[in-house]
Design a protein around this ligand. Structure first.
Ligand code: BDR
Ligand code: CA
Length: 321
């Protein structure tokens, strides 16, 4: 089975992705490493523990960075990000009790560094939150990415942002961490799955009702955690339904064939802006500009997906696998 680490800040869409990963028969999820982001670290950790219990899994949960690299240096411990999208507690107001015994005493960054070191070339990391834990693991073990089989990262956007006009939330939340990971992207296979692809995949209200009616207790859970989230989508974007960003990255990791040849720009240059108004923006050289040719081709960038197969594959993974 494929060895997977999930780095995450659950989070409604993270919850979908974690459930898909824990349901996937191809995956051996070695650990869930948690970072502060959608909510304070302790809420995100509790949600991760709750999801592990919901899935009757024994996968360990590792707490990591509560805040970004810069904020850590300033001694901060609480994220200042608004929690309005993901609701109270981070799962749309749904409380999900977990077993505290599932929480490891090993810091997320140590777990990542150690697991990769002892399984060189075998571990895939799926990142669903700010990249702080990965950057800290790289600090603990320079050259770490050479031993990582690949990274599937939900973040960034070629054409748009969602936290600012140009920046997507995960990379905006810690641009220095994202910049460090992308700066070494050519040492591994780094896949950027950003807003360009995720926003092409909304779940409709019908999809969510279908889950509630036909999906048993997990289906009802998916429906309940998205109730408030869909209201936010309507108020903000006039979209009837919602986008489950992190699930898109996880489903592509599960089945890369969901994206056709024209959907992926393999090995292009991606830089992360860390200054000024565009802080957190991904600068993606999709078309190999002449002036930028000397820059490293450090990531493959996903721009599209077969959205119907994506949903079907999700239903199959969670309900049949
Ligand atoms: C990303 O930001 C978070 O709010 C979501 O969980 C997702 O990881 C989308 O921009
Ligand atoms: Ca997330």
């Amino acid at each position: 089975r494929r060895k997977i680490i999930i780095d995450t800040d659950p989070g409604i869409d993270d919850a979908f992705a974690i459930i898909a990963a824990l349901s996937c028969s191809q995956f051996e999820v070695l650990g869930i490493t948690v970072v502060g982001g959608n909510n304070q670290l302790n809420s995100c950790v509790n949600n991760a523990l709750g999801l592990v219990s919901l899935m009757d899994s024994r996968c360990p949960v590792h707490a990591g960075a509560p805040v970004s690299l810069n904020e850590l240096r300033l001694g901060k411990t609480a994220v200042e990000h608004s929690t309005e999208t993901h609701g109270k507690g981070g799962l749309g107001g749904v409380s999900l009790p977990g077993d505290p015994a599932g929480l490891s005493t090993v810091h997320a960054a140590d777990f990542i560094a150690e697991t990769v070191r002892s399984n060189p070339g075998e571990v895939e990391i799926v990142t669903l939150g700010p990249l702080t834990n990965i950057a800290l693991a790289m600090e603990r073990q320079p050259g770490l990415l050479q031993d990582v089989k690949c990274i599937w990262s939900m973040g960034g956007g070629v054409e748009k942002g969602n936290r600012t006009v140009v920046a997507e939330f995960n990379y905006w939340a810690d641009p220095e961490a994202a910049a460090r990971v992308f700066a070494q992207g050519q040492s591994t296979s780094l896949n950027m799955i950003g807003l360009d692809v995720t926003t092409k995949t909304s779940f409709s209200m019908n999809d969510l009702f279908f889950l509630k009616l036909e999906g048993g207790r997990l289906g009802k859970f998916f429906h309940d955690i998205t109730e408030q989230y869909t209201r936010v989508y309507w108020e903000r974007f006039r979209l009837c339904g919602c986008v489950i960003h992190d699930l898109v990255a996880m489903m592509i990791a599960i089945d890369p064939s969901l994206c056709g040849e024209g959907d992926v720009f393999p090995r292009v240059n991606v830089r992360i802006e860390t200054e000024g108004m565009c802080r957190g923006q991904t600068l993606v050289d999709l078309h190999n500009h002449r002036d930028l040719r000397d820059l490293p081709r450090n990531a493959s960038v996903y721009m599209g997906i077969d959205r119907n197969r994506y949903k079907l594959r999700f239903f199959e993974t969670v309900f049949k696998d």
